[in-house]
Design a protein around this ligand. Structure first.
Ligand SMILES: [Zn+2]
Length: 96
């Protein structure tokens, strides 16, 4: 697993421009939730609030190379809104 903490706004911005991996947001208890890089639940405002204003006391942001690694190695769960653990083609299949 490749994991990188997103400690600055630039780290966050660059991670979202990539096309692989997921963003894992941990809570104060340490449990993480994996989100798609372009998930609508990911926002610059939330990142700034949690990481920059709260100085990580309410959680941290990480970029992880795959959703499988995030789930199996970090114990994260897949976000129920952007569903990074469900491949796009399966989404289309389900909508048919
Ligand atoms: Zn999400």
């Amino acid at each position: 697993m490749v994991k990188k903490e997103l400690a600055t706004f630039d780290d966050f911005r660059l991670a979202r421009l990539g096309d692989t991996g997921v963003i894992v947001i941990t809570g104060s208890a340490g449990h993480g939730v994996a989100h798609r890089l372009n998930g609508r639940c990911i926002s610059a405002e939330k990142f700034k609030g949690k990481v920059l204003l709260d100085a990580n006391t309410t959680g941290r942001y990480y970029w992880v190379d795959s959703v499988a690694s995030a789930i199996t190695e970090m114990g994260a769960s897949g976000c129920k809104l952007c569903k990074p653990h469900i491949p796009d083609k399966d989404d289309k299949f389900l909508r048919r």
